[in-house]
Each structure stands twice: as structure tokens, then as C-alpha cells.
Design a protein around this ligand. Structure first.
Ligand SMILES: NC(=O)c1ccc[n+]([C@@H]2O[C@H](COP(=O)([O-])OP(=O)(O)OC[C@H]3O[C@@H](n4cnc5c(N)ncnc54)[C@H](O)[C@@H]3O)[C@@H](O)[C@H]2O)c1
Length: 345
């Protein structure tokens, strides 16, 4: 049996800390360490969890040491002890790190803030795991794009998808930063249609006929999407729900269960003892979903901080060929993270 694959996480922020935790839960992966530039509570938590901590450079190493953090070395040292790097640094920083990964002959994954061109491959497990097998690198698409690919792939696999038009209500900022960047008492529409998520979905699946518009809303819990889909033919509501339920990462929610808003769904995740209250699944309202002839209308929630975590784990298995089969990887990841298929409870 292949040894555990050694993984480094560069950038220990909202996404990086979750990726590191998720790597630690996989039986076939080992966390070589995490790397960051800051030396405040965020990295102190990593040290508290006994993750090997590395600093981006010698200046940040000095700062971390001054802050009392036990530092193992710099990014250069970390790159010597791993086989694959998951770069979770902020938008555009990751692109600058690629040369370092290539020089060290390491496989790497970047996140959705980077452009498709940085790796030439954009990943979403249920759609294109196979095309990532053995590649040197990939980009796990953003939270909104991941949800679009998951839902439209489910309809496509059922032979129901003709074209899709979606309106995205985007959370204004991440919860821990709402004292810095939040908007209040306003709604901020994006000036251009399509918003970037539709074209981004086509970077994974160029066959999708999809157009999106987006508006920023004054809350931080999750995104909410409204979709209008032209089906290939008339279909029943049951048939559409079955198509969505066949996805390994879509779970149904109901008004009948009291899940009538995103705060109640967040509370459900906390009640299920999910780490950080994370929801890895797309949460789709089954009782609201409506089919009129061959037109489908539905809405769902996306936990922006969590949805890309299982995708990143699957991307690691695809690049390293830890698992050749998409469904087998997805099932391992889902089991390790407690992901629900069909319904949450
Ligand atoms: N936050 C989300 O909801 C979300 C969802 C999906 C995808 N993404 C994408 O994930 C990536 C990371 O986003 P995030 O929200 O986790 O950002 P973040 O700001 O929360 O975390 C980034 C971390 O990287 C560190 N960092 C900055 N420069 C660095 C460097 N040179 N070397 C090492 N570490 C450095 C920062 O100190 C910070 O801890 C981006 O591409 C983003 O678009 C974010």
C-alpha cells in the first residue's frame, strides 16, 4: 500500500486552517506543516494544535519567534518535507508562489481567487476528477462556482439540463472580518452581467450554458442562489429532486423542518457539531423547488468557508493518484468529514 502523502498548507487563513484540519482527518494523508506570514492568534492556534508551523520568510520567522511561536523554519524548509502544496494565500499571492513549487518539483493546488490560467485546469470533484489525475497542478474553483457545478452537473447527469440562469446573493465578507469590510443597510449589485461565476463554471465544464448575476448582501453566514433552469423536457418535481439527491454533496432542507433562513441552517450545522459550524454540502430547499412544464426554479445556500474543503481533499487524491476513481475518493472524503447526502437529518 502507498504511504501517506505528505501535504503542506501555505496560508493558514479561512480556507487554509480548514484544509489543514481536513488533511489530518484523512487516512491516506499526512500534514507536513502550515506556513503563514502573520504571528497573531491565527498562527498561535496552529501551534496550539501541534501543527508544524513554518514562516513565509526569515523576517516573518523572526516575528513568529518573538511572539512565542515555535517555528520549524521557512517555506523553503517546508517545501523540502512535502509532496504537494495546497496554496491558500489570498487572491493573486498564490500565483507568485508557483515558481517556488515548480523549482522544488512539487505538485500544487491553488484556490478560486486565482485565475484558471495559473494551472490550466479547474477542478470540481463530481464533474472532472478524471481530467486531474496525475496532473502537476489544479485550481479548486471558488465557493459559488463549486455550488453551480455540483447542482448543474446533477441535472446534466440526469439528462435534464438545457440552460441555467442564476442570481447570487453574496455574503459581504467572512464573519471574522466583518469589523473591517462589511456593508450595512445596503445591497450592492455587481455592475456586469454575467458576473464572473458563470464563465468560471465553464472553466470546469465548457458545455454548460449558464449565465449569472450577483448582488452583495449585508450578512456573513452564507451565499444564497436563486436559479431558473430550462430543462430538456417536461419533468416531475420528484424526478428533479432525485437528480439532485444523486449528487454526493447536495443535501435537502425544508421549511417544514423550520429551516427557513440561512441563520437557522447555520445553527443546524453547529447543533450537528460540525467544526466551525461548517456546511460542506449545498443545502437546497426541497419544498420551495418548483417545476412548471419544462422550467425549473430552485434556491440553495452555500457555506463559502466550507464548500471547497472536500473538493480540495479530492483534488489532492487526483493529482497524487492516491485514488484513481472519483466516487471512491469522494466517498472517503465524505466519510472523514461527515458529509451528508440527500438530507442532513
Ligand atoms: N474565504 C472564502 O470564503 C473563500 C471561499 C472559497 C475560496 N476562497 C479562496 O481561498 C484563497 C484563500 O482565501 P482565504 O479567505 O482563506 O484568505 P485569508 O485572508 O483568510 O487567509 C489567507 C492567509 O494567507 C496568509 N498569507 C498572506 N500572504 C502570505 C504569503 N506570502 N505566504 C504565506 N501566507 C500568506 C495570510 O496571513 C492569511 O492567514 C483565495 O484564493 C480565496 O479566493 C476563499
Amino acid at each position: 500500500m502507498k504511504d501517506k502523502v505528505k501535504i503542506a498548507v501555505n496560508g493558514y487563513g479561512v480556507i487554509g486552517k480548514r484544509v489543514a484540519d481536513a488533511v489530518r482527518l484523512q487516512g491516506d494523508m499526512e500534514l507536513s506543516g502550515i506556513c503563514d506570514v502573520v504571528s497573531d492568534w491565527r498562527v498561535k492556534v496552529a501551534a496550539h494544535k501541534r501543527y508544524p508551523v513554518f514562516a513565509f520568510d526569515s523576517a516573518s520567522q523572526e516575528q513568529m519567534a518573538k511572539a512565542g511561536i515555535q517555528v520549524q523554519g521557512t517555506l523553503t524548509d517546508l517545501l523540502k518535507s512535502c509532496e504537494l502544496v495546497v496554496d491558500c494565500t489570498p487572491k493573486k499571492i498564490a500565483a507568485q508562489n508557483i515558481e517556488k513549487y515548480q523549482e522544488a518539483r512539487l505538485k500544487f493546488i491553488v484556490q478560486g481567487g486565482e485565475k484558471h490560467e495559473t494551472t490550466g485546469h479547474s477542478f470540481s470533484a463530481e464533474n472532472n476528477y478524471d481530467t486531474a489525475l496525475g496532473r502537476e497542478s489544479t485550481r479548486v474553483v471558488s465557493c459559488n462556482t463549486t455550488s453551480i457545478i455540483r447542482t448543474l452537473t446533477a441535472l446534466k447527469k440526469a439528462g435534464l439540463l438545457k440552460r441555467a440562469r442564476g442570481t447570487l446573493l453574496r455574503r459581504a465578507t467572512d464573519p471574522w472580518e466583518s469589523h473591517l469590510n462589511g456593508i450595512i443597510n445596503t445591497l450592492v449589485p455587481e455592475p456586469e452581467i454575467p458576473s464572473h461565476q458563470g464563465p468560471d463554471a465553464q472553466s470546469v465544464d465548457p458545455e454548460l450554458d449558464v449565465i449569472t448575476a450577483a448582488v452583495k448582501v449585508p450578512e456573513t453566514l452564507s451565499h444564497l442562489h436563486y436559479w431558473n433552469v430550462q430543462l430538456t423536457r417536461e419533468a416531475s418535481k420528484e424526478e428533479v429532486l432525485q437528480a439532485f439527491s444523486n449528487s454526493s454533496r447536495i443535501a435537502m432542507i425544508s421549511y417544514g423542518d423550520g429551516l427557513s433562513a440561512n441563520n437557522t441552517v447555520k445553527e443546524l450545522m453547529l447543533s450537528l457539531n460540525r467544526p466551525y459550524g461548517d456546511m460542506y454540502e449545498v443545502a437546497l430547499w426541497q419544498d420551495m423547488l418548483k417545476v412548471v412544464g419544462s422550467e425549473l426554479f430552485f434556491a440553495y445556500l452555500v457555506d463559502n468557508q466550507a464548500i471547497v474543503i472536500p473538493e480540495t481533499i479530492d483534488a489532492i487524491r487526483a493529482l497524487t493518484r492516491l485514488e484513481e476513481n472519483a466516487q471512491a475518493s469522494i466517498q472517503k472524503t465524505n466519510a472523514a468529514l461527515g458529509i451528508r447526502q440527500g438530507a442532513f437529518i
